[in-house]
Design a binder for this molecule. Structure first.
Ligand SMILES: Cc1cc2nc3c(=O)[nH]c(=O)nc-3n(C[C@H](O)[C@H](O)[C@H](O)COP(=O)(O)O)c2cc1C
Length: 354
């Protein structure tokens, strides 16, 4: 996809409109929807915009380096691809295209349990990409353990336990009422044998002991808990052995009315107190939002929908353009704020949200 400077600085709004034009209406709605009245989804975006910046002047920003280490992996920029379902609904190359773009961009791909390509095929498409595997702990623990083992065998270097989905939040867009996934797209990584049923949704009875269990069945992979919005929960995750947490409300797709992630982030950073890494997602659309997140204590951010819009419009090149654009925007924002490295993106750069 040709880089089009005009479409990037607007928070990917024009790109989303292009994706809307190329996608079947149901697929667009599946990607775009939030839960309920979509109030949390909207608040995620506005909460970042509400955070005022306090730029420094007369600092040497002749060379800006935005690279960062995330659980030991060196990324070109602190922007990772959030786990999202069924990329083949956006583009025929699906997750394979996403993985290639991520490898080229030096980013990291968190592969969804609901991916529409197999873990082996994704690994083969982009062996150099940093990959994590997002896991739901199903009622059938054997099934879950098999999946986790496959993630490890195919080179995923961490597990992301999505903890905000004991049940799936209701989406009200009318076109989704009859949404059915084409054959071969839904949960293609489901183990073929030994699946004793219990549905494809997370066991709603799991607790913090799922964290050490996942560490054990994965042979010690670091566990990242996604969906944390409170300091007490963040503390409990770290105590249970999590290496990191993601401040997330699932892009506003779960509890409508849940706090915007920009506002939840400071409490979580404080509770973790350096004992693990903290990432954040939800409504991050511009480089300046990444700057705000890092200033509030996040080590890196994840993006969900913009990747899907890039994929829909241009396959791997489209995803690459989204990642490249955010990296460039972050470079510019950091320079304008007087920060030459991510270490210099410190809390004094923002007016903390009330
Ligand atoms: C279409 C769609 C599917 C998603 N599927 C998953 C999923 O399978 N697992 C998961 O942990 N999160 C899932 N998420 C949530 C994302 O990982 C992420 O938290 C969210 O998209 C971030 O917000 P943003 O889209 O505003 O960037 C999904 C989000 C979207 C939009």
């Amino acid at each position: 996809m040709a880089a089009d400077a005009g479409i990037w600085a607007d928070g990917f709004a024009a790109l989303e409109q292009r994706a809307r034009a190329v996608l079947p209406a149901r697929a667009y709605d599946f990607f775009a929807a939030g839960a309920g009245l979509e109030s949390t989804m909207a608040a995620n975006i506005s909460a970042w915009a509400d955070i005022e910046l306090r730029p420094r002047i007369l600092r040497d920003v002749g060379a800006v380096d935005v690279s960062v280490d995330v659980l030991g992996a060196r990324l070109a920029a602190p922007v990772m691809v959030a786990p999202t379902a069924t990329h083949r609904l956006a583009h025929p190359d699906g997750e394979l295209a996403t993985a290639r773009a991520v490898a080229d961009a030096g980013s990291l791909f968190a592969i969804s349990t609901r991916a529409s390509a197999t873990l082996a095929d994704i690994a083969a498409a982009a062996p150099g990409a940093h990959r994590w595997f997002q896991v739901y702990v199903m009622r059938d623990r054997g099934w879950t353990a098999d999946l986790v083992a496959r993630a490890r065998e195919t080179g995923c270097s961490a597990l992301v336990l999505t903890a905000d989905t004991p049940v799936v939040g209701s989406k009200l867009r009318p076109s989704l009422a009859a949404l059915e996934f084409p054959d071969g797209m839904w949960m293609v990584n489901r183990p073929r044998e030994g699946h004793r049923g219990g549905g494809d949704d997370q066991d709603p009875s799991i607790g913090f002991d799922a964290i050490p269990w996942l560490r054990e069945v994965s042979g010690g992979l670091p566990v990242v808990v996604k969906g944390v919005l409170r300091g007490d929960d963040a503390h409990a995750c770290i105590e249970a052995g999590a290496a990191a947490v993601v401040v997330s409300n699932h892009g506003g797709r779960q509890l409508d009315g849940a706090i915007a992630t920009a506002r939840a982030l400071p409490e979580v950073v404080e509770a973790v107190a350096g004992r693990g890494e903290v990432y954040v997602d939800g409504g991050i659309r511009r480089g300046v939002d990444v700057l705000r997140a890092l200033a509030l204590g996040a080590r890196a951010v994840m993006i969900g929908r913009p990747v899907l819009w890039g994929l829909a419009c241009g396959g791997a090149a489209g995803v690459g353009a989204v990642l490249g654009s955010l990296e460039e925007q972050l470079r510019e924002a950091a320079a304008l704020a007087g920060a030459a490295t991510v270490a210099e993106i410190t809390p004094d750069l923002v007016v903390r949200p009330a």
